[in-house]
Design a protein around this ligand. Sequence first.
Ligand SMILES: [Zn+2]
Length: 293
Amino acid sequence: MSFKKDFYFCYECKNHVENLEDLLFVEADTSRSFCSEKCIEAYFTPITNFYESIEKKLRKKYAVETEECLEFLSDVTIMEKSMTAPDEIWHYENSINENIYTFINKVSIKEERPFYVIILCTIYDTYPGYVLLSTITESKFLMEEFRIGEEVNLAEHFSDDQEVEGIDISTDEVESIEQKKSEILASHIELHSPADIPVESYELYDEYIEATMDSPDEIFKNKDKAGDTIYTYIKAFDKDGVSFFYFVLCMRIDSASEDAQELIIPILNFPTVDGDLYKSYHQGEQVSGALKN
Ligand SMILES: [Zn+2]
């Protein structure tokens, strides 16, 4: 016996593992490794429980505590496709360089309302290593809570080339945008009338974002309590004989990057048929001329 050799220990049970090849990893670029599947489960179960408690609170916040679409969690084909060919991957690195990823896949099945499959996980190579949380929702707002950190460029992620493209928005800015989104949504929900178009149906109107921003009837500029500039784009539309107003609230970010471009980022968009709600947002300093997106 000698100390002059490599020793490996299971991260969970601390048992000595003789050979490097016998260690099990669930993520790349880390020493965290295990002697068995059983130890992987034992290690992650409390962490999974923690994330599930956050999901539970968010489901309560958006009033989607139970959803029929959750039954698709047991659909292997849908879950597998979401792990291997998602629409989006988000990456968050915490202050001690631990990485967590979210795979998001929008699924539309005939006769079903579209829903989002969400997988919070570690990744090994390019695919989920250990699934910390998987859930399904029709709520765009709940889905957006899982857009953590920075969006991963899928073409780069699934190619062998590991080069990372320069990103204009810093993590701090992404966080402040996310923070702003949830604040504005919370105050919006307070103003929202039960007789108005339901919040759950907002995404059915997403097609109106572009026209509203490209050729708004009016734009208002407001400073919020935090001193951020919020632009409100308003345009009237008619759908199947029903007139409504479409609103897009945007935040201006002064990018720190070299070209010092100004970014206008949508933070809340919704249709309304409610005159009171219209009045609540139809205020501020009127801006003429189109802003660059
Ligand atoms: Zn072990």
